[in-house]
Design a protein around this ligand. Structure first.
Ligand code: ADP
Ligand code: ZN
Length: 707
């Protein structure tokens, strides 16, 4: 069976090998067993049900929560030559009837359905009359009531076990935590399912978190190295989303806004543009989320702090689904912390719930202030151990320095205490630095013992210190008031001198290394022209077929074409992602672009230089044409030019029998006055000498006699 699966993988999908758990999962499901698959975004979940679906007799029913996701998958399957349809509310009654007919005639291999539709009694009855080979439940975490994507209809999917006891079921999710996992098993009645748990590491994502200083400027700095890349910028408020989208567009980074307050059609339009165009930036609130299957999102930038590591992991995880290098970048500051704590404080819900949320926020803050490998810390939160530091996050590559902040921290806490535990960071810093301003004076704070004791640190260092104190829970924010700071119970040991405090040393943003990964540039500058040509062709084909570009070929496939320069359809078939159907449909068109741009990619000057070298080396025009990958006509034109400029002699360019050459020369020179045109002598040599040769001879005469 695995042989057969392997063949399908190559012939249909164009891939050479299964990844990670894929083959084990496929074996389990194809042989009729149930499976629970936990795999990170981009891990390749789709193949886990598509391949067994093709291996098994009968229809595969895929449950998917969003129409956008369904349409994308159906388009992808369609391009691969697999009969797939999505049955959803956007179809007309006739279209739905037509699909029902095709299902009855067994003309469809994969059926995508929303859960609410699947569990309708009529639909269940209809499906029971068909031969069903497999049920796949995608985004299975939607069954969890505690999760952010809860969909009540998912709860009813447990019925499938009773209605179709002999049909295998596979549930898939990218949500990692144990509680969700147990809920899926219980509610979907998957007690007998084999569990496949993959690592949740996303090795292609480079993580960086920077202290927020001048966020717009910092973001521009980050984007500067990523011109032309598609990405998502997350902001917390709708207003900020709109302002930031406008700002980025003004700065020459095409950006669209997305938030729940926009009219539905505009939102849908912006989403569609983001999917279908290249290099757009989506500035969004977290409302922009689950429908995003775009595989080539090259970065996710956070301008505001997410409220948990679960959210951070999920949002950053939208970058780099295609496995190519991608960046997760975030700027965060004290205001973020204060804002989120206030939100939490004002939220509905019981104390227990608030405590859970508070813990989640604390974990998020701890990641921000982390001095060791970010990836290790992030995975540890999801109970996964990464043995070595990753070498692919800011902390690993910058080698974060820490410093002993015990004494300044005590001064800071003391300033909070002595000023009455009600002032914000701005004022506290003024006091520590001994600034004699109006507010200080009016409060009489110039008389505090801490006034001016902190001149050893700069303002920015104090701010960073306060932020870290709050992030570590050593100081609390007064949430009912105006964000003043208070001491927390946990700061006592520090104040009493029983413990010391090591903090991150902030790297001044000027001296900081480039904001992202070194690998963020996918394409080298000398490759850019061909790369753009490939993307242009892909865009054109995508428009013709009414699908997003990545459905034609993912970036990884295009990149492999660029690097391996296939010359024949046979070479093309070996490229990962080129299956039989796509080879047949698109192979030649992409070959043409590669070959065309092999010549076009050279500048005219380079090309002429090469031509002259080859001609001098004794190559015939047709050999040169093959070598330079351009037409013979082109070669003759360039030869004539080179001869005319006396860069090349006629003898070097052409190998003509001497008497024929004499005859042609005579024909030109016999005329009175001006040198006749090629057209006027061509008659004499019709069928014997190609016109292109006459052009060369004429050019040599012109040069020789200076005519
Ligand atoms: P997920 O649903 O887990 O986020 P997908 O199923 O969309 O991930 O797969 C992510 C990308 O990886 C897709 O472009 C897919 O075609 C590709 N992919 C999946 N499995 C393989 C494989 N075995 N070899 C090469 N590419 C693969
Ligand atoms: Zn690391």
């Amino acid at each position: 069976m695995l042989d057969q699966a392997q063949r399908i993988l190559k012939d249909v999908f164009g891939y050479d090998a299964f990844r990670g758990n894929q083959s084990a999962i496929i074996e389990q499901v194809a042989s009729g067993g149930d499976a629970l698959v936990l795999m990170p975004t981009g891990g390749g979940k789709s193949l886990c049900f598509q391949v067994p679906g093709l291996l098994r007799e009968g229809l595969t029913v895929v449950v998917s929560p969003l129409i956008a996701l369904m349409d994308d998958q159906v388009a992808t399957l369609d391009e691969l030559g697999i009969a797939a349809v999505a049955l959803n509310s956007t179809l007309s009654p006739e279209e739905q009837r037509d699909i029902a007919d095709r299902l009855r005639r067994n003309e469809i291999k994969m059926l995508y359905l929303a859960p609410e539709r699947l569990v309708q009694p009529r639909m269940l009855a209809f499906l029971q009359r068909l031969e069903i080979g497999l049920f796949a439940i995608d985004e299975a975490h939607c069954v969890s009531q505690w999760g952010h994507d809860f969909r009540p209809e998912y709860l009813q999917l447990g019925q499938l076990a009773e209605f179709f006891p002999t049909v295998p079921r596979i549930a898939l999710t990218a949500t990692a935590d144990k509680r969700t996992r147990e809920e899926i098993v219980q509610r979907l009645k998957l007690e007998n399912a084999e569990r496949f748990l993959s690592s949740f590491d996303r090795p292609n994502i480079f993580y960086r978190i920077v202290p927020k200083d001048q966020p717009r400027k910092q973001l521009l700095g980050f984007l500067a190295e990523r011109r032309g890349d598609a990405g998502i910028v997350y902001c917390l408020s709708r207003k900020k989303v709109e302002e930031m989208a406008a700002f980025l567009s003004e700065q020459g980074f095409p950006a669209l806004p997305y938030h729940a307050g926009l009219p539905n059609d505009l939102r849908a339009f912006n989403q569609k543009r983001f999917l279908n165009e290249e290099g757009l930036i989506m500035v969004a609130t977290i409302a922009f989320g689950m429908g995003i299957d775009k595989p080539n999102v090259r970065f996710v930038a956070h301008l505001d702090l997410p409220k948990s590591l679960e959210a951070y992991y999920q949002e950053t995880g939208r970058a780099g689904r295609d496995g190519l290098p991608a960046d997760a970048w975030m700027a965060y500051g004290l205001q973020d912390v204060i804002f989120l704590k206030q939100m939490l404080n004002n939220s509905e819900g019981d104390e227990r719930h608030k405590r859970v949320e508070q813990h989640k926020l604390d974990a998020m803050l701890a990641l921000c202030e982390e001095t060791r490998c970010r990836r290790q810390a992030l995975l540890a939160y999801f109970d996964e151990v990464l043995a070595e530091p990753c070498g692919h996050c800011d902390n690993c590559v910058d080698e974060v320095q820490t410093w002993d902040a015990t004494e300044p921290a005590r001064q800071a806490l003391s300033a909070i205490y002595r000023s009455g535990q009600r002032y914000g960071v701005g004022h506290l810093v003024d006091v520590l630095l001994g600034r004699d301003n109006e507010k200080v004076r009016s409060l009489g704070h110039q008389h505090l013992s801490v006034f001016g004791v902190g001149k050893g640190l700069a303002e920015g260092e104090w701010r960073s210190l306060f932020r870290q104190l709050v992030a570590r829970g050593l100081a609390d924010v007064d949430l009912d008031g105006f964000g003043g700071l208070r001491l927390s119970d946990s700061c006592r040991p520090l104040l009493r001198g029983e413990v010391t405090l090591e903090l991150r040393r902030e790297i001044a943003s000027k001296t900081a290394k480039p904001a992202g990964s070194a690998a963020s540039q996918l394409v080298r500058s000398e490759e850019r022209e061909t790369w753009e040509a490939l993307r242009t062709l892909r865009r054109k084909l995508a428009e013709e077929h009414g699908v997003p570009p990545y459905v034609i070929f993912p970036d990884a496939t295009l990149l492999e074409m660029l690097r391996s320069q296939p010359a024949t359809l046979g070479d093309m078939a070996r490229i990962s992602g080129v299956g039989a159907r796509k080879l047949e449909r698109y192979g030649q068109a992409f070959l043409d672009v590669l070959q065309g741009s092999a010549a076009a990619a050279r500048s005219p000057a380079d090309l002429r230089h090469e031509l002259i070298t080859l001609a001098r080396a004794g190559m015939t025009p047709s050999q040169i044409a093959r070598q330079l990958d351009c037409s013979e006509k082109n070669v003759y034109t360039m030869l004539a030019e080179a001869i005319g400029q006396q860069l090349l002699s006629l003898e070097q360019a052409l190998d003509l029998p001497e008497d024929l050459l004499g005859e042609i020369q005579d024909a030109f020179l016999d005329a009175e006055g001006e040198l006749p045109s090629v057209a006027s002598v061509a008659q004499l040599f019709a069928g014997r000498v190609p016109e292109a040769v006459l052009f060369c001879v004429r050019a040599s005469l012109e040069a020789e006699f200076d005519l």
